[in-house]
Design a binder for this molecule. Structure first.
Ligand code: HEC
Length: 185
């Protein structure tokens, strides 16, 4: 299901929109796939304990160095309850995350969500690809009783202000957020 809101008055042809939307979709899927692959590989190599330290070292770098540069656009993961403060949403993203969380609670989470917004004279596509908690996320994001002592002490050391635990399967965790400036053709 697609949601399409016009915040201000302007018209961009459907054809142009679709091209940007396809690009955002491709980048979001790619980032999700890339991070999941690293996670699974590292769990395979040395369990969750190994994976958490690798993800902690690499998640930011993979997102920035690889995906931002590869697609040359604003792309990041954001959450209302971030583990890493660098993944805190901006004001606009926070509103959307709240909306998506509610949709998820109502059983109506879309696969993607986007809006065209205007900032001053510039127009942007803001695209969100929701992230939902699966069973394999729980050893690092689940309720405290599901976390091993090693994971808990790692989190305490590395992320003293961690907010990203206490989740259950199916909970809305956050989103890949993409912002692309729409240029006149
Ligand atoms: C091995 C432990 C581990 C597992 C398993 C894990 N994560 Fe994480 N997750 C982390 C760490 C560590 C970070 C912080 C990365 C950083 O510093 O940017 C993180 C950050 C995130 C973020 C970015 C927002 C934030 O809180 O900083 C999202 C979204 C996320 N995880 C979703 C998931 C989902 C969904 C799953 C399951 C598919 C999952 N994680 C599985 C350790 C894990």
């Amino acid at each position: 299901m697609l949601y399409f809101y016009f915040f201000s008055f302007f018209i961009v042809s459907q054809e142009v929109n679709q091209r940007y939307i396809d690009l955002a979709r491709r980048a979001a899927d790619d980032l999700k796939r890339g991070l999941l692959q690293v996670l699974l590989e590292e769990i395979g190599k040395g369990g969750y304990q190994n994976a958490i330290s690798v993800c902690s070292d690499m998640a930011q770098e993979i997102t920035k160095k690889y995906y931002q540069e590869k697609y040359n656009l604003y792309i990041r993961r954001v959450s209302e309850k971030p583990r890493n403060k660098l993944n805190s949403p901006d004001q606009y993203e926070l509103e959307i995350l709240k909306k998506l969380d509610k949709m998820n609670k109502d059983g109506k989470l879309p696969k993607e969500y986007f809006e065209l917004v205007k900032e001053g004279e510039r127009k942007y596509l803001r695209y969100f690809s929701p992230i939902v908690i699966q069973p394999m996320c729980l050893p690092c994001h689940g309720e405290e009783k599901l976390l091993s002592d090693e994971i808990k002490s790692f989190l305490k050391r590395r992320y003293p202000e961690d907010k990203a635990i206490g989740y259950r399967e199916g909970d809305f965790r956050g989103a890949v957020s993409i912002k692309i400036e729409l240029k006149e053709e």
